[in-house]
Design a protein around this ligand. Sequence first.
Ligand code: B12
Length: 232
Amino acid sequence: MSDEDEIILSELNDEELVAQMFDDLYDGMKEEIEEGVTILLDRGWPPYRVLTEALVGGMTIVGIDFRDGILFVPEVLLAANAMKGGMAILKPLLAETGAPTIGKMVIGTVKGDIHDIGKNLVGMMMEGAGFEVVDLGINNAADAYIDSAKAEKADIIGMSALLTTTMPYMKVVIDTLVAEGIRDDYIVLVGGAPLNEEFGKAIGADAYCRDAAVAVETAKEWMTRKHNRMSA
Ligand code: B12
């Protein structure tokens, strides 16, 4: 692109700027997203509106194209990273203004397993969809999930495993929840390349999610069910 073609974000009106931010998010352009967020805030947009209309809106498109096989993991990681840049600016402001979240998830890779790329991607896409995410990192024992879920008053416990030797540990976590009589307090989602639907069912998870896009859709679905159950 020549200098003449270069888009000056601050010269765009709100609508054009948001459309441009959708493109920039799609292309994983972190600095542009940070600049766009700052411009919208300077124009008086409440942080929550910037989050939902500019970032979550853009990330929804990324999620759809990822699900449909148009975008792949590296591009989604870049988009998620750009979103993270924008989120970092908004987070302290959202904490002040008290933005509503759709739900809260604690997520981590299970004990004995250090793979975290997929988990990170799920965490970022969940944040992008408006969930609050507490990332427990890798190598988590049952207590780590359960203590955090309790302390954070989480709605969802998400477990990731990439090894056939570590995936059975997910059952240990679920069995511990059952033994403590708190299994039904949480929506349990599991994922990772060696898992499948059958495994998810067999260990007593609420759902197995093939990828991050499915994780977001499934989490939203289960949150709606949870709300309906609570208000019934
Ligand atoms: C990258 C990688 C590594 C990196 C990890 C870096 C990191 N920071 O994560 C390194 C090099 C460190 C590594 C180490 C090892 N690895 Co490795 N690794 C991989 C590899 C190539 C890619 C994994 C990946 O990141 N995929 C991309 C992400 C985006 O996909 P994903 O993880 O599946 O996640 C998606 C979904 O599964 C789902 N999902 C994932 N988690 C969750 C969680 C929830 C809650 C939900 C809802 C959804 C969800 O959504 C994600 C996004 O769409 C895989 C091969 C493969 N094809 O999977 C081998 C693989 C997993 N590794 C393997 C092995 C054997 C190992 C080692 C034991 C090797 C060794 N001998 O040292 C060690 C393990 C050490 C340990 N204790 O964990 C084997 C496992 C075989 C098996 N049957 O168990 C694989 C399959 C390679 C192979 N074909 O042999 N590995």
